[in-house]
Design a protein. Structure first.
Length: 265
């Protein structure tokens, strides 16, 4: 187990998929290192999700903090800001509501936490048939050898060799918030996620670009902090071009602070 002298929260974004969220809760209960708080960024889910969260509040020993807003389409950045505003943790590990973390997921992230850096982890994709089986049975015992998974290399956990994987610490391209970790004070410094992003695409890359512009470098983490991505239908990409232009503006102009973000929710 990784030693630490800082508090850790796990941040989960979700939208109307309570069965997947319950599987995540069960996976957190199996972690070798538990978080100090669970933060739910709920982009407008219905009663079933709220009922599930209240049920698990009686099971977890740490607090579950639930940020919710009305369903007005994909507004993930806004509700992530709202959830972080509820947090008291020094370090935040962010996943999506379709991610199954390996039992040592939090332990690995804690071990790789470093001031002046944020961490981008990897994910293994689960095929449609295997996803159906997991949702039905609740069995999350997944590994490099599991059937029905893609990007299999990302399922390999060998943390002693993680240092061999090198990446450009100044690149914000292809950032995926399904497995991301950052210091809360860095999040606040750049004013969190940009609330102007609506619809799917580039909000996580733009967030990472402002961190890098502020001097917080990217650390790529592979062979550790393994997680598995449940299959689901793809989100609409109707806003991708607009969102990508906003991301490009942040990179070109070396923007650090967004005027409509964490402080404005």
């Amino acid at each position: 187990m990784a030693n630490r002298d800082f508090s850790v929260g796990i941040l989960i974004s979700t939208y109307n998929w309570p069965r997947a969220l319950e599987i995540i809760f069960q996976s957190i209960l199996q972690q070798t290192q538990l978080p100090d708080e669970i933060l739910i960024a709920d982009d407008g889910s219905g009663y079933e999700t709220d009922h599930l969260i209240n049920r698990y509040r009686k099971i977890f020993k740490m607090p579950i903090k639930h940020a919710w807003h009305e369903d007005q389409g994909f507004r993930k950045g806004i509700v992530l800001n709202k959830a972080v505003k509820l947090s008291t943790s020094d370090y935040i590990i962010e996943i999506d509501g379709d991610i199954i973390p390996h039992p040592r997921f939090i332990e690995d992230h804690v071990r790789n936490a470093e001031r002046g850096h944020f961490v981008q982890g990897a994910r293994t994709m689960i095929g449609e048939s295997t996803t159906r089986g997991i949702l039905k049975s609740g069995d999350t015992r997944l590994s490099f050898f599991s059937r029905g998974i893609k990007s299999r290399f990302n399922a390999l956990r060998f943390p002693a060799l993680s240092f061999l994987i090198k990446t450009n610490p100044y690149s914000s391209d292809n950032i995926k918030a399904c497995n991301l970790a950052f210091w809360r004070e860095d999040f606040i410094t750049i004013n969190g996620y940009n609330n102007q992003f609506f619809g799917w695409g580039s909000e996580d890359c733009e967030f990472a670009a402002r961190l890098i512009n502020a001097g917080v470098l990217k650390k790529r983490l592979k062979l550790a902090a393994v997680c598995f991505h449940l299959h689901h239908n793809a989100n609409s990409k109707s806003q991708y071009v607009v969102n990508d232009l906003r991301y490009s503006e942040t990179k070109i102009n070396k923007l650090v602070f967004c005027p409509d973000g964490y402080a404005e929710v």
